[in-house]
Ligand binder design. Structure first.
Ligand code: MTE
Ligand code: MO
Length: 471
């Protein structure tokens, strides 16, 4: 049945219509209102009532003021009838005549909200796993990372890199969807608008920075080597802070866009309009994010290894384990092969030096443990060597305390590491002498290296020269 005209007019002045129309007006003017008699009935492509929706819309620059004015009504939920809500999805008549069509009607809150939710989720997971990794490497006093399960860091750091990489195509699509709005006028305006604009500038800038520096880092191109970790860490707070403000400001827009699901899906059924459809954009966003994720996941998930086209270290190194820095690159090649090599172990003032042969003469223990690099790649391996606790006991009485490992390598960020007490006493923590059944390759740390369960690769110090219990 045809709703009375008057009902529509009421609807157009309700909060719902203000909400739906505040950012879109039909392109071109003087279009007579579509007849709304059959709005409630099934829609047929080409039916008269679809005319308004087949029009390409452009976003209205001054929309934020309207947003603001109707925010309270929007929050209240509107209390509209369903038909009024549906009616509200079609933009009301407009007298404007000079709007130019955008290249695509898929640009706008529908796509921006959906891609934004996926992007926001990826960023938050990336942030959480990144924080963990940071705390493991620079533990605050209240933080303790367990030694078991041994694969946990492998999973959290793999997730960090996968979500970060998957976020890149999502960010690009998101920016594409909101691009015209980024340059809305006025540049400043009300305090709320300034907060919104400022948070978006911060958000876009810091997110591009985080994803960009992260990507460059996993590609092992370090133009700023000593700078990456601190900056990446600090900027993460900026990005997540800006994201929180952005979410708070945009929540009403997201709500509306998600509620308008019906209309957006039906609109797509109509077939091609100007430019690309929303569904095509959303599909492209999911497919590219999924493909990016799988392409890096291959460096950490064994059965995806074939797909690791984006992973710089999915290939095999010596003994079936990738190598991050070779002995030559670290400048330890000669020292490591020197027959005079000795490992110096210091426990509570007592000191003893071990040749590799002496280490091999101590009781040997094996463990299946992954190397899990902060860059996201990981590989399980079979290690054997001397249990750290037993090696310490061969020198003196270990009464607890963190333990420092020094490499033959001089300088360099990875030349030393510190192992917390509860990892030191774990039976799986080894001074490895062999890997996958053969003597440790020089690139994996010969004559001996640290391998401890559930630790970032960067702390698994290779080419050990000294072990010292810190008081
Ligand atoms: N002395 C030293 N130890 C080191 C490194 C290094 O550059 N120098 N790289 C670390 C990093 S970042 C990782 S991921 C692991 C990699 O071990 P692998 O090369 O045996 O796979 O070693 C760690 N131990
Ligand atoms: Mo690493």
């Amino acid at each position: 049945m045809c709703p009375p005209r008057i009902r529509y007019r009421i609807a157009t002045h309700s909060a719902g219509v203000a909400r739906a129309s505040r950012r879109m007006v039909p392109v071109g003017s003087g279009r007579r209102r579509p007849d709304r008699c059959d709005r409630g009935s099934r829609r047929v492509p080409g039916a008269g009532d679809r005319r308004g929706e087949r029009t390409a819309y452009r976003m209205v620059g001054s929309s934020f003021r309207t947003d603001h004015r109707h925010a309270a009504e929007r929050r209240s939920g509107g209390g509209m009838s369903e038909s009024a809500q549906r009616a509200s999805h079609t933009p009301p008549p407009t007298t404007s005549t000079r709007h130019r069509p955008l290249t695509s009607s898929a640009r706008g809150p529908q796509v921006a909200s959906r891609v934004g939710i996926a992007l926001g989720a990826a960023v938050l997971i990336c942030f959480g796993t990144g924080l963990l990794s940071h705390w493991i490497q620079h533990p605050p006093s209240w933080f303790q990372w367990p030694a078991h399960p041994v694969w946990l860091y492998r999973v959290t750091q793999g997730t960090h890199v996968i979500t970060g990489v998957a976020a890149i195509p999502l960010l690009l699509v998101k920016l594409w969807a909101v691009y015209p709005r980024l340059f809305n006028r006025p540049v400043f305006g009300s305090p709320l608008r300034m907060l919104e604009r400022g948070s978006i500038a911060l958000l876009v800038g810091s997110t591009i920075f985080q994803l960009g520096t992260g990507l460059i880092n996993i590609a092992q191109y370090y133009p700023w080597k000593f700078f990456f970790t601190t900056t990446h860490y600090a900027m993460a707070y900026v990005a997540v802070g800006a994201l929180a403000v952005h979410l708070a400001v945009k929540l009403p827009v997201v709500r509306t866009a998600l509620r308008d699901k019906d209309s957006s899906e039906q609109t797509d059924e109509i077939g091609p309009r100007d430019g690309v459809s929303r569904r095509a954009v959303l599909t492209a966003a999911s497919v590219s994010a999924g493909a990016a994720a799988v392409a890096v996941a291959g460096q950490t998930v064994p059965f995806l290894r074939w797909a690791a086209v984006l992973a710089p270290r999915s290939g095999q190194g010596p003994q079936g384990v990738p190598v991050n820095r070779s002995a030559l690159a670290a400048g330890v090649d000669e020292l490591a092969r020197d027959p005079e090599y000795r490992l110096t172990v210091t426990v509570g003032g007592l000191r003893r030096r071990f040749s590799r042969a002496e280490l091999l003469a101590l009781p040997q223990t094996s463990a299946q443990l992954p190397i899990a690099c902060v860059e996201g790649w990981s590989a399980g391996a079979h290690w054997s060597g001397v249990r750290l606790s037993e090696l310490l006991a061969a020198v003196g009485t270990y009464r607890g305390g963190d333990i420092r490992f020094d490499s033959l390598e001089r300088g360099g960020l990875y030349a030393t590491s510190v192992l917390p007490h509860h990892h030191a006493t774990d039976p799986d923590t080894l001074i490895a002498l062999s890997l996958n059944g053969a003597p440790l390759d020089i690139d994996h740390g010969y004559p001996c290296r640290l391998i401890a369960p559930n630790r970032p690769g960067v702390l698994q110090t290779k080419w050990l020269s000294g072990i010292e219990v810190l008081s």
